[in-house]
Structure formats: structure tokens, C-alpha cells
Design a protein around this ligand. Structure first.
Ligand SMILES: Cc1ncc(COP(=O)(O)O)c(C=O)c1O
Length: 393
């Protein structure tokens, strides 16, 4: 069985002040005030270090927040044509597009819209170099630093057999004149030290090459907005490597932009105990792990629940789909949950709204924007049978 990881987020911030019963259910709620606090941390980092910060759209790409995020950050990191188009339409600033492999048919449109195009292999660099320079996109190559401190192999982009990036010690075989920048990504929800250790592993090989380039992109996975993040050390480091390499340094966090700024509200639909004494208490909710928060199953991890007591009545929360494993996790309750009770899963803005599906015909959560300072609440999106039908026909 897969090891179940604990969530690295889960700070409730002001969400215990929100009246969950005012919302449709299920519903993602983003606290705009919490998002702004995160953006201010990243903006401060930019002003202290001159680093450019791109929001990783793969984690969070709600168009409503494009203008707000663009006020604080430098642009977007995209993973392909659709995200690049979304970036252009709803966000401002630079667009940096990386894909493990671009499709030839998409490439012209992507390079036309992107400031940076980052290739994953020497094959793609050579095959698409001519198109990229015709459209004036700066060209980057992803390297695999062969160093990471990630226990969950699913999120380890730097293993020896990783399909992401060329081994950093193979850069000698690349025509550096074709490149404007280098990209690497080795972190996942991590503090500063693994970044420093990654750099120490590659710097002797990379620094001489970087001196001939314009930029160096350190990828995502930096949990900068988490309260224990060693931001002073990151600041010193970013200034140091900018001096050492003479490159413009970029980072492209996703999670850190929206960390702990969103929840998923749900409702208890049924609550029972499977027949015998030894069996667990079960509650079925209108939140589906598989359809709404698939990383709970994919990682797998146990998301934090708002106001969960340290001990209490143990209940397995599960979703409404027919998948036997549609389980959110086991939680403590002060008393047995009742039909109609509302619950809120914490830290659900990233890698959730971008990943929902209509599996089993389970409806998608609505989307609401809340301001924890004023209690203003607006539901900006609800889904209907038409959305389900349109997707399938
Ligand atoms: C290339 C790249 N950049 C940025 C990110 C964003 O990472 P995070 O959301 O963990 O900050 C990822 C995440 O997988 C990534 O693969």
C-alpha cells in the first residue's frame, strides 16, 4: 500500500470565521485577502533580490485572479498551448512555456505567445530551434540536476531515469549558442535547504555555462509562503547566484502563490456505521476525492479538516462516487456528524480546481470568492448538467 503523506499546508488562517452554510455545496472558496498576503511575500522577495516570479498555472489558473496576481508577479509559467493562451488572455507579463514534448502543430502558436520556450531534450531543441527563433522566443533547455530530497518518487523529477530534462553533466554535448537560458525543477513543497543542496551539486558545471546565457530558471516547489520557510536564506542565495552567473534568475512557484488561501466546503449526505462493533464510522459527503481532489488519492495524502479536534469520534469521510477508494481520510469529530452538517477541507486552492473531473457524473464544486476582512462573498461559478453533457458530446 502507498505511504500516506501529511499535507504541508493546512493553516486555517481566517476560514473559521466563514459561515459555511451561506455557500452552495460543494464549493471551492478562495479568500482573496489570504491570496494577497501570499502575493505580498513574493513581491517583497522580488524587491529584495531582483528575482522574477512567474505563477505556475498548472497549480492554479483561475482567470478571475489573473489581474490581481499580475499586479504582484512577473507573469506565468505554462505547460503547453492551452495554459499559454490562458496566460495571454487573463494575465499580464512574461510567459514561459515548458513541455516534456511539444507537438509540432502547436509550436508556432506557443512560440508566438511565449517569451521563453523551454525544451526538454536535445531532439526537441534541434527540431524546433528554427521555428522558435523566427518568432523571437528566447530558448531554454531543462536540465536534470540528478539531486533531490523527495521521498515520494511520483514527485521526484531528478531521479536518474526521470523523463524530465537532460542530465546536467551532458550539457557539454549541447550547442550552447542555441540557448538563452537553463531551467531546472527539483523541489516539491520544500524549504530552502534542498534548493541550496541542489545548487551545490551542479554549480561547478553550470556556472561557466550560465555566464554565456541570459537567464536561469529554478522551477517551482519553493514553499516560500509557509510560515517556517527560511526566506532570509533564500534572499541571500538568490542574490549570490545572480552575481555568480550574471543571469536573470526566475522562479515559478504554484503552490506558494495560493498556499492556505482556499478551502473546499462540503456537506454530510449520510452517516452510518458498517454493521459490526469493530467496523468504522462512515460519512458520505458531496466532496469526491477522486473527482474533486484527486491528489488525495494520487499522492496519496490526508488533507487537513477545518476545526478538527485532536481526539474524538473517528469517522472515515468518503465521496459520492462508486469508486471503493473514494476516501478523503479518517478524521476526529466532537460528535457523530449529522446529515446536512457542513465541513471544510483546508488548503484546497492548488492542484484541485485545475484537476476536477465529472467522473461518475458527480457535479463539480462551485467557485466562490471571499474577503476575510469584510466577509464579502460572491459565487462566481456554478456547474450544471449542461457542462457535464457538453464535455461528453
Ligand atoms: C516545471 C515546473 N515548474 C513549476 C512547478 C510548480 O511547482 P509548485 O506548485 O510545487 O510550486 C512544477 C510543478 O510540478 C513544475 O513541474
Amino acid at each position: 500500500m502507498d505511504k500516506i503523506f501529511q499535507t504541508m499546508g493546512g493553516n486555517p488562517r481566517n476560514f473559521n470565521k466563514l459561515d459555511l452554510y451561506k455557500l452552495p455545496s460543494p464549493c471551492f472558496v478562495i479568500d482573496q485577502r489570504a491570496l494577497i498576503e501570499n502575493l505580498k511575500v513574493l513581491h517583497h522577495l522580488k524587491s529584495k533580490t531582483n528575482v522574477k516570479v512567474l505563477v505556475a498555472l498548472k497549480a492554479f489558473s483561475t482567470p478571475y485572479f489573473g489581474p490581481l496576481i499580475s499586479e504582484y508577479l512577473d507573469g506565468c509559467c505554462s505547460s503547453g498551448l492551452y495554459e499559454t493562451k490562458l496566460a495571454k488572455k487573463y494575465f499580464k507579463g512574461e510567459i514561459s512555456t515548458f513541455s516534456p514534448a511539444f507537438k509540432k502543430n502547436d509550436l508556432k502558436e506557443i512560440v508566438n505567445l511565449s517569451d521563453h520556450i523551454i525544451f526538454n531534450s536535445s531532439n526537441q531543441l534541434n527540431d524546433f530551434y528554427d521555428i522558435a527563433i523566427k518568432f523571437n522566443a528566447e530558448i531554454g533547455l531543462r536540465i536534470n540536476p540528478l539531486y533531490s530530497e523527495i521521498n515520494n518518487e511520483k514527485y521526484n523529477a531528478a531521479s536518474i531515469n526521470s523523463r524530465l530534462g537532460i542530465h546536467f553533466n551532458d550539457l557539454d554535448n549541447i550547442d550552447i549558442n542555441k540557448l538563452n537560458g537553463i531551467h531546472f525543477h527539483t523541489l516539491c513543497e520544500q524549504n530552502f535547504t534542498p534548493l541550496k543542496n541542489t545548487w551545490n551539486n551542479i554549480k561547478n558545471d553550470i556556472v561557466p555555462i550560465c555566464k554565456k546565457l541570459n537567464w536561469l530558471n529554478l522551477g517551482g516547489g519553493h514553499h516560500i509562503t509557509r510560515s517556517d520557510y527560511e526566506i532570509d536564506k533564500l534572499e541571500t542565495f538568490l542574490k549570490m547566484i545572480a552575481d555568480e552567473t550574471s543571469c536573470q534568475i526566475y522562479i515559478e512557484p504554484g503552490e506558494a502563490v495560493v498556499l492556505d488561501s482556499g478551502i473546499l466546503v462540503g456537506e454530510i449526505l449520510d452517516s452510518f456505521k458498517a454493521s459490526n462493533e469493530l467496523s468504522s464510522n462512515i460519512a458520505i459527503t458531496d466532496i469526491s476525492a477522486v473527482s474533486h481532489i484527486p491528489d488525495v488519492i494520487e499522492a496519496p495524502y490526508r488533507p487537513a479538516l477545518l476545526n478538527e479536534p485532536d481526539t474524538g469520534y473517528k469517522v472515515i469521510l468518503g465521496g459520492p462516487s462508486c469508486l471503493a477508494g473514494d476516501i478523503i481520510g479518517e478524521y476526529n469529530f466532537n460528535s457523530p456528524p449529522k446529515v446536512g452538517d457542513r465541513i471544510a477541507i483546508l488548503d484546497q486552492a492548488h492542484y484541485t480546481m485545475v484537476k476536477t473531473s465529472f467522473f461518475n457524473g458527480v457535479n463539480l464544486p462551485s467557485i466562490a470568492i471571499w474577503d476575510s476582512a469584510t466577509d464579502d462573498l460572491e459565487v462566481i461559478k456554478s456547474f450544471t448538467f449542461k457542462d457535464f453533457e457538453n464535455k461528453l458530446s
